[in-house]
Design a protein around this ligand. Structure first.
Ligand code: FAD
Length: 488
């Protein structure tokens, strides 16, 4: 059992919270420092969290509470002016107890994660503690804060968009662009029974001409409305002169409603030039910023947290080596993929050239009568876990299929250590961590042996003979034969 100093997590936002809880799950203590005086429950940014994110939160005991409070919309309708172009109905698959996604405000997620942190003795949270410098030494990292300097073996910097101090520590610049286009988001509480389970995307409605409006249902009869607004939009002025009220009335009619939260934002497309150097890793918005269409910000930040936590924990427990060094390549590739996807979306939604606007108009006009044109409409591709690497076997690097054995989900079993799927007897090295073995239910070929990582991604597809080598390739330590652990 690790008995050294705590890992320092910079930032107690949702990515920092998740990182600390995941490290505690691996029995690694953390010190979480945040510049804010306390948790501020003001408004919300992220609303849509995917099943794979719920799975990660479930591994720290928060997934069910978050899923239970969330709302899952089942129909996505897309409109152009007064025409409904198409709608997509989502059906569920797999063996998950969780829906494919839930809408729930980020502020509420943070509260639910705080409840788990309050019950986690290995997580020590210090508010009102700003990190002013991070310096790597021969033995670890010195973290300078407004309340003194802390020595730590590793830092996970989850300091959000303004985490320059952490980016400097890894020698990264935050390359990319910030855009001038403005969006207004408003969370309103209103009784809209026909829209409780629907996401609606309006291109160029007559009540927001030439621009789009997105509407998402959230818990507690709350709806998130996101308007693209003109560059000279002034929220204070709109609130004073009744413009905001008129905007909302055009959508909800004369129904009673309450404005819960309202803000204006611009979007950014940026990625740190490196997400880790030595013993300092960047995670979440500190490492990458994407436009919100597609819900890829927090969802991918939580995946960063999982990747950082298992790699650090395995190194600190002596279960593997050079694992932290591999974080940057994998998570940066994931971040760049998210950026490419959201850039395509934003190029369609808010083109930056005249030719782009002409294409947008042409596609939308054709889509009214031509179903073929509808496939060209991009209103956001929802987050999905990234596939690492480019191995010839399609399962390698991908998240394990959502399968169960004896009613137990394999993705859940994988998160306890390593998981081996095999129908043949296998020799397992004594690496210290738990290694589960389950029947091969993911492949048609009974000779295939799958090695699954602690983040439920497939590390290798091999044979019984090849397994020790595959474990060595993953963990970087020699394999010695020991009896397998029971599945479960
Ligand atoms: C309008 C909008 C809608 C969105 N919708 C979605 C969505 O539906 N789904 C989704 O997945 N994502 C969405 N996102 C993105 C999501 O909100 C972010 O990705 C998420 O907040 C990132 O969390 P984080 O923990 O990385 O950073 P943050 O939440 O920014 O937290 C960073 C923390 O670090 C602290 N900190 C900063 N510097 C220091 C320092 N030097 N010392 C100590 N502490 C420090 C800060 O005080 C803060 O508490 C949306 C974003 C916006 C703007």
């Amino acid at each position: 059992m690790y008995g050294g100093p705590p890992v320092v997590v910079v930032g107690n936002g949702p990515v920092g919270q998740t990182t600390a809880l995941l490290l505690a799950r691996w029995e690694i203590p953390t010190l979480v420092v945040d510049a804010h005086e306390r948790r501020e429950v003001v408004g919300s940014r992220s609303i849509c969290q995917q099943r794979e994110t719920l799975d990660i939160w479930d591994s720290v005991g928060a997934g069910k509470a978050i899923a239970d409070e969330g709302v899952t919309w089942r129909v996505a309708r897309t409109y152009f002016r007064e025409h409904e172009l198409f709608h997509v109905e989502f059906s569920d698959s797999g063996t998950s107890p969780f829906p494919p996604w839930v809408n729930i405000g980020q502020a509420r997620v943070e509260q639910l994660l705080d409840e788990r942190i309050a019950a986690a003795p290995l997580v020590d949270v210090r508010w009102d503690t700003r990190v002013t410098a991070i310096r790597q030494t021969d033995h670890g990292v010195d973290v300078e804060t407004t309340r003194g300097t802390v020595e730590t073996p590793y830092v996970v910097a989850c300091a959000g968009a303004h985490g320059e101090v952490a980016r400097e520590a890894v020698g990264a610049t935050f390359d990319g662009r910030s855009f001038d286009d403005l969006f207004l988001i408003c969370d309103i509480r209103c009784d809209l029974p026909d829209r409780e389970l629907e996401r609606r995307f309006h291109f160029d409605p007559e009540w927001n001409p030439g621009r789009q409006v997105l509407m998402h249902p959230c818990p507690d009869s709350t709806y998130r409305i996101d308007w693209q607004v003109p560059p000279d939009f002034d929220l204070d002025q709109e609130q004073r002169d009744g413009g905001l009220e008129r905007r909302i009335r055009r959508i909800v009619g004369d129904r009673d409603h309450e404005v819960v939260w309202c803000t204006v934002y611009r979007f950014h497309s940026r990625c740190a030039t490196t997400m880790g150097r030595g013993r300092v890793l960047l995670a979440g918005d500190c490492a990458h910023l994407v436009a919100p269409f597609g819900a890829r910000g927090l969802n991918s930040g939580v995946a960063d947290a999982e990747a950082a936590a298992w790699r650090i924990a395995f190194e600190l427990h002596g279960w593997g080596s050079d694992l932290v060094a591999a974080y940057d390549a994998e998570r940066r590739a994931a971040a760049l993929d998210n950026l490419a996807i959201t850039t395509r979306t934003m190029d369609f939604l808010v083109p930056q050239t005249d030719a782009g606007w002409a294409r947008r108009r042409d596609v939308l006009e054709r889509a009214v009568t031509d179903p073929g044109a509808r496939a060209e409409i991009d209103s956001g591709r929802l987050y999905a876990p990234f596939r690492y690497g480019d191995a010839a076997h399609p399962a390698v690097g991908a998240i394990l299929p959502d399968l169960a054995v004896d009613g137990r989900r394999l993705r859940e079993a994988a998160r306890r250590g390593l998981l081996v799927l095999s129908d043949r007897p296998v020799d397992l090295p004594d690496i210290g961590c738990r290694v589960g073995v389950a029947p091969q239910v993911a492949a048609d070929d009974p000779d295939e042996v799958w090695l699954v990582r602690p983040d439920a991604h497939v590390a290798a597809v091999t044979t019984a003979e090849g397994l020790p080598g595959a474990i060595r390739d993953l963990l970087g330590r020699p394999a010695r034969p020991t009896p397998p652990a029971q599945f479960g």
